[in-house]
Ligand binder design. Structure first.
Ligand code: ARG
Length: 276
């Protein structure tokens, strides 16, 4: 039975990229060890589990064709930021992923998105931008430049709040913070500078603060539709707290992709289209 206070799911449209060419061939974050090797078949099975779960939960999933030679392209969250049907393209910090920016933009143009923007400034898409009702939270420190926050603000017409990441394990905003709804967030405070922690405290006094243990298994790299929370299976403390708040938590095994520093959210780009 749904009580009036229960968090309510809202169907989403996600873009994902099958890890057909997934590998750890370079190290651009502390999770990546090219000498350790990956089991690509296992990565594909885990990714399919995530995609099928979204569909079971009632979401629409579109797929972009993976490109050979781009082993991190599976992390679709980095491909763009889509708000009100406007597509702010990505411009990657490192040469390894640079061709992904135009590949994602091309997908959007072919899919009929008329309002796309090739970015001037370095930004890694929704990996470093989290869209909430009142503001878009945006990170800098490792990948996305603060100048891109202003560029996104102008293009999207939504206020953007800059946050500073300080722990190299949590190099993208979506490894340290996720939204339960348009006005409720969960984050690991240790990932942020003291000033940014103050900003988050004042904007979101009711936020849920996660432990370092949950953050260290990428438990903050989660996807919530307002009710269901898709989260790393290992983040058990956080899962219990969210269940106590009335959320349904769906644990997912994505440890093969975590070898590249990514989890459920990294594999998922939300397409926020203009309501018809
Ligand atoms: N290996 C990828 C990188 O370092 C992982 C990206 C994870 N994506 C994310 N949205 N956090 O760029």
């Amino acid at each position: 039975m749904v009580r009036p206070t229960d968090p309510v799911p809202v169907p989403r449209h996600y873009l994902m990229c099958r890890p057909t060419y997934f590998a750890v061939e370079y190290a651009i974050n502390p999770w990546m060890d090219p000498s350790a090797g990956v089991d690509r078949e296992r990565a594909i099975r885990q990714w399919e589990g995530l995609r099928d779960l979204y569909r079971e939960l009632g979401h629409r999933v579109s797929e972009i064709a993976p490109v050979e030679g781009l082993p991190d392209m599976v992390f679709a969250a980095n491909g763009a930021l889509v708000v009100d049907g406007k597509v702010y393209g990505a411009r990657f910090a490192g040469a390894e992923r640079t061709p992904e920016g135009p590949a994602y933009l091309e997908w959007f143009r072919e899919a009929g998105y008329g309002r796309t923007r090739e970015p001037k400034h370095v930004n890694e898409g929704e990996g470093d931008f989290i869209v909430l009702d009142e503001v878009i939270l945006a990170a800098t420190g490792f990948r996305t430049e603060a100048a891109a926050h202003q560029e996104a603000e102008r293009f999207l017409g939504r206020p953007v709040v800059t946050l500073q990441l300080i722990d190299p394990r949590f190099y993208h905003l979506d490894t340290a913070l996720f939204a339960l709804s348009g006005d409720r967030i969960v984050y690991y405070p240790g990932a942020f500078s003291p000033g940014s922690r103050r900003v988050l405290r004042s904007l979101y006094p009711d936020a849920i603060l996660a432990t370092e243990e949950d953050a260290a298994v990428l438990g903050l790299n989660s996807v919530c539709d307002g009710h269901n929370v898709v989260m790393a299976a290992e983040a058990t403390t956080l899962a219990a707290r969210l269940r106590a708040l009335g959320h349904e938590v769906h644990p997912v095994e994505l440890d093969e992709l975590r070898k590249a520093g990514g989890g459920a959210k990294c594999c998922t780009l939300e397409l926020r289209e203009t309501p018809l």
